[in-house]
Design a protein around this ligand. Structure first.
Ligand SMILES: [Zn+2]
Length: 191
């Protein structure tokens, strides 16, 4: 426990939240529309610009939702990184009851993603490992989504709080259990 806290202080946030490896990579998708300078033919003024970036760990291949990418450098997501780096995985079995309008689709290959998003927003699709077990329609108005969720937190209380804040509907928590952390990457097991 002490070792973990010391490591967090000295090496802080720039590492994988699961295995603590610092072997990270960023995938940047950039889409831009620019004016063309009539004299030089150079790319000029930006008309429109969209950039999406995902940081991934090369040791365990997981995405790093506690890290963002701006102006050419990776930076921590303030309300998230400490909990994820210092925390352990918690697995929650829960239901979230949402308005039917909030669910884009509940059939086909996109149903899992759409139901996860309806239940927990971006947390459901980008941060947590979310598995939709099944869903039930309550008349035309509401859908009850039954989920298994894995999230990182420093205590059961914090895990519960994060789930409550992320929930976009009425959350009912059936069970919450702490799992063991995946083994930390060390320089010894690099090839
Ligand atoms: Zn990793």
């Amino acid at each position: 426990m002490l070792d973990r806290m010391e490591e967090v202080e000295t090496r802080s946030w720039l590492r994988c939240y699961r295995c603590w490896s610092q072997d990270l990579e960023v995938q940047v998708h950039y889409e831009g529309i620019h004016k063309i300078d009539p004299a030089s033919g150079e790319r000029g003024e930006t008309v429109e610009e969209v950039q999406e970036a995902v940081v991934q760990c090369l040791e365990c291949m997981h995405d790093q939702p506690h890290l963002g990418f701006r102006d050419g450098r990776v930076e921590p997501i303030e309300d998230r990184w400490e909990r994820m780096i210092a925390g352990t995985p918690w697995v929650a079995s829960c239901t979230v009851t949402v308005e039917s309008d909030e669910v884009e689709t509940c059939h086909g290959p996109d149903a899992g993603e759409a139901l996860s998003f309806a239940a927990f927003g971006d947390h459901g699709t980008r941060e947590f490992f979310t598995h939709v077990r099944f869903h039930k329609h309550e008349g035309d108005e509401r859908i009850i989504v039954h989920l298994l969720v894995e999230l990182y937190a420093r205590s059961a209380e914090e895990a519960t709080e994060v789930l409550e804040e992320a929930s976009r509907g009425v959350l009912a928590l059936t069970s919450l259990a702490e799992e063991s952390r995946p083994p930390a990457a060390t320089s010894d097991d690099r090839h």
